[in-house]
Each structure stands twice: as C-alpha cells, then as structure tokens.
Design a protein around this ligand. Structure first.
Ligand SMILES: Cc1cc2nc3c(=O)[nH]c(=O)nc-3n(C[C@H](O)[C@H](O)[C@H](O)COP(=O)(O)O)c2cc1C
Length: 447
C-alpha cells in the first residue's frame, strides 16, 4: 500500500553524478552503450529528467579543483583511464542549465570553502535557488588535495583543523548574507515606485578570523531561505561540522553495522549542538546494479568491473587519501597510515582489506569498480530488501546512489528499483512539494 508523502517508511534518494567521466564506477564511461557526451548540456538534462521521472529527492554533483597527480606524482593514470578526476565541468554552471530542464529535482552543488570567497558562493547558490524555484543544495567541502592548493597560489593545503575552522566561519558568513534581505524586501511595485524596501535590506558587517564581509548580498532572499546543506566529512572534526550544519550527510560505510553506528553518532552530535536529530538525513553511498534476474545483474557488474582499470582505481584512491600508493609493496595490504585526505574512504578501505587481506594490486581494481556493499547487485526485489533492512535497522534515512553508468545504469534504477520501492510503500509516487526542503521534510529557516 502506498503511504502518504510524509510517511516515516519513505526513504530519501540522492543520485551521485560527476560532471566528468566517472560517477559510480571507473568502467562506466567505457561501457559499450555509454553516452560519452559529457561536455554537452543534454547529457546532464537527460540524467536529471530520468531521475525526476523516478521522483528522486536530488541530483548531487561532486567536484574537485585539480586533476589529481598523487600516483607516481603524475596525472597520467587519471587522464589515460578517464579516472574520477580526469575532467570536471564547473558543477554550478551545469546545475544552472539542469534547473531549466527540470521542475522538481533537488540540485546539490559541491563548492569548496577553502578556495572560494564566501560572498561569491552565497551569491551563486542564492542564484541557483532562485533559478530553480527552491531546489538548491550546497555540498560543503573543505578540499583535501595538494594539487588543489597549487591551483590557488598555495604550496601546501591547510591542515584539517584549519580547513574546518575556516569552513565554520565561511558557513556563518554565508548564512548572514542569505539573511541580509528580509523575505518581503523585494517589493517590485512599479507605481510607488518601490523596487526593494531599503529598510528591509541590511549590511552584515562580519569581522572574523578569516573573513571581513560588509554585505548585504546583492541577491534577494531565495525561495528556501538558504540552500540545503550537504556534507560528507568522516573525521571527528568532520562529523562535528556535519552535526552543526548539515541537513544531508553522505557516508561510505563498509557494512550495515558501520552505517548504524555512524548515523547514531551523527544524531547524538546534532543533539549536542541543540538540533533536532531528525533534521539531519544520513544517506550511505552505494552503486547498485539491477536487472530482471540475479544472473544478468551479476554479468552487468562483472562487465563494469572488467572495464575498470586497476591503475585508474588506485590513482583515485591515492587522490582520495592524498598519499602516493605506488610507494608501498603492491603485493601487500594497504598499510595503516595517517590520512590527510578523506578519512571516510580510508576507513572503508582499511576495514575491507583487514577482512579480506586484499593486496594493493587488487584493491585498485576493486575501488575503481564502485562501492557495492553486499545486497546491491541483483533484482529490484533483492536490492529493495537490502535497502529496507538498512532503513528499518536505523542505519540510514535513505541512500545516495552512485550512478553506475549513463544512461542505462540510471534508467535501470528508475525502471526497476523505484517501482519496487513504491509498491512497498517505501518511496513517493509523485512529488508533493515544490522545494527540496519540502521533499526532505526540512523546515525553511526564518530570516
Ligand atoms: C561520499 C563522499 C563524497 C564527497 N564528495 C566530495 C567532493 O565532491 N569534493 C570534495 O572536495 N570532497 C568531497 N568529499 C570529501 C569530504 O567533503 C571531506 O572534505 C573529506 O572527507 C575530508 O574530511 P574528513 O577528513 O572529515 O573526512 C566527499 C566525501 C565523501 C565521503
């Protein structure tokens, strides 16, 4: 039986895509039926419209600000194999174009707090929220690669503590800018005349450790008040940051138990920050491969794996951990290390290698082939069984599906998995709200 749009049995679904060659698997762009038109607006419009047919909450575009060069101190493996960081269009511009070809889908953009000024980011995201009539979200990242630092005039990137200190102040400043126009400040009365009421637009006069911003913003308050905040930090500091600010958190747990404990921890931290833990939606990332039978799904997964070159995956893992993995013996497991890059990815891989003893030479292939916790390859019924078990166990509020390939991988999810979720009353059949905050059941912040 279908449930009401606000049913607690309903899950939230985000789709992870990058405006480049790789979304879910490194083999995706090499698939015989892949659309390789990744530079065309129509590619992103097509993905977004498919997701919208499936009533997804949001499309999430990841981003990085450099071509990674952590493996062998060289970009070659990224470029040759079309690995995750080989090419990235600017996600804000891509999403602005997607806004025009969709009506309901949330549009989450990754923007770094380390390499952009807050005024520019507040303005761009308010613009996206206006152009999409209330569907913008911001994946708040602090960036973690040396190569990114070098593209912005720094020799060394900031320490994790400094990055998060800066990010805290950055988000604070953006919030002040978004609130610098009262909701009713834009009057647009041509007769009075009163374009905007000067009494309702105020300066912010922010003087902080990292930023001095006078304000106000030169964009009026946007439909959602501010974009939905998304985050994916997994270090202790990253989780506190998520608990303080985020409304959607992406995690990469290697198992249902790991997801349960991550979600419980994030919710407890959110309460310590004085927040309602239900205002934070935790979505584990998985790359599902679905087909009409288990055998066909396994064949499809095997094809994607065979197309994911080991060196491409190793190169991406090296950039995620910000460590040159070619320096370690390839016939041995990944050694324990201090990771300056993404701790979430490190924990995931470290736990997997501890369990399986997989040497580095195989790990690259496995990592590049996409994130597949068990139970996400099979029929729609198999996958929805797994999703429901995770959701019922309190391991998540929904999922972030990393799109295995475009267009077939995403079409299969919408054609097979979504109806199965809907028929079990676990997902909306239509959009009931106009904004992304509405889809997620999140309150609009007052000015
Ligand atoms: C699923 C997932 C997606 C992420 N997407 C991005 C991204 O698109 N761009 C980026 O710079 N960092 C991205 N990150 C990195 C995090 O935002 C964060 O900067 C990183 O995990 C380092 O913080 P931590 O040490 O607290 O984990 C992602 C992390 C995860 C787990």
């Amino acid at each position: 039986m279908d449930q009401s749009p606000a049913s607690p049995r309903h899950m939230h679904l985000a789709a992870f895509v990058s405006a480049g060659p790789v979304s879910g698997t490194h083999g995706g762009w090499r698939h015989p039926a892949a659309d390789r038109n990744i530079l065309a607006a129509s590619y992103y419009a097509g993905v977004a419209r498919t997701l919208e047919q499936g009533c997804f909450d949001l499309l999430f575009l990841a981003d990085i600000l450099a071509i990674p060069d952590r493996l062998h101190d060289s970009m070659d493996s990224q470029l040759r194999y079309g690995a995750l960081g080989a090419l990235r269009l600017d996600p804000l511009l891509v999403l602005a174009s997607v806004a025009g070809s969709t009506r309901h889908l949330g549009l989450a953009c990754t923007v770094s707090t380390t390499y952009y000024p807050p005024y520019q980011v507040a303005r761009a995201l308010a613009t996206l929220d206006h152009l999409s009539a209330g569907r913008a979200a911001w994946n708040i990242v602090t960036s973690f690669q040396q190569a990114e630092a070098r593209n912005f005039g720094l020799q060394e990137h900031l320490s994790r503590e400094d990055r998060y200190d800066r990010a805290d102040e950055f988000v604070e400043v953006c919030g002040k800018l978004w609130d610098s126009w009262a909701d009713d400040a834009l009057v647009l009365d041509p007769v009075a005349p009163m374009f905007a009421d000067p009494a309702k637009v105020r300066r912010v006069d922010h003087e902080g450790r990292y930023f001095q911003v006078r304000g106000p913003l030169n964009v009026s308050r946007s439909p959602q008040g501010r974009p939905v905040y998304v985050q994916a930090g997994a270090s202790d500091r990253g989780r506190d940051f998520a608990a303080r600010w985020a409304e959607v958190v992406f995690i990469t747990p290697p198992s249902i138990e790991a997801a349960k404990s991550a979600r419980a921890d994030l919710r407890a931290r959110a309460e310590r920050f004085g927040r309602d833990p239900d205002s934070l939606k935790v979505l584990p990332g998985v790359c599902p491969v679905v087909a009409e039978s288990r055998g066909i799904a396994e064949e499809r997964r095997a094809l994607l794996q065979s197309l994911s070159a080991a060196e491409a995956g190793l190169s991406t893992l090296a950039y995620h951990l910000d460590a040159d993995l070619s320096q370690f013996p390839q016939d041995q497991v990944l050694p324990a290390m201090e990771v300056s890059g993404v701790q979430g990815h490190y924990k995931e891989v470290a736990e997997m290698t501890r369990k399986t003893g997989m040497p580095l030479s195989k790990l690259g292939q496995q990592y590049g082939a996409g994130r597949h916790a068990s139970g996400f390859t099979g029929t729609a019924a198999d996958i929805v069984d797994t999703m429901a078990a995770w959701h019922d166990a309190g391991a998540c509020d929904g999922f972030m599906f990393q799109v295995p390939w475009v267009p077939g991988g995403v079409e299969d999810i919408v054609r097979l998995v979504i109806p199965e979720l809907q028929s079990r009353g676990r997902f909306r059949r239509r959009y009931a709200d106009a904004t992304l905050r509405g889809h997620l059941g999140l309150a609009r912040p007052p000015a």
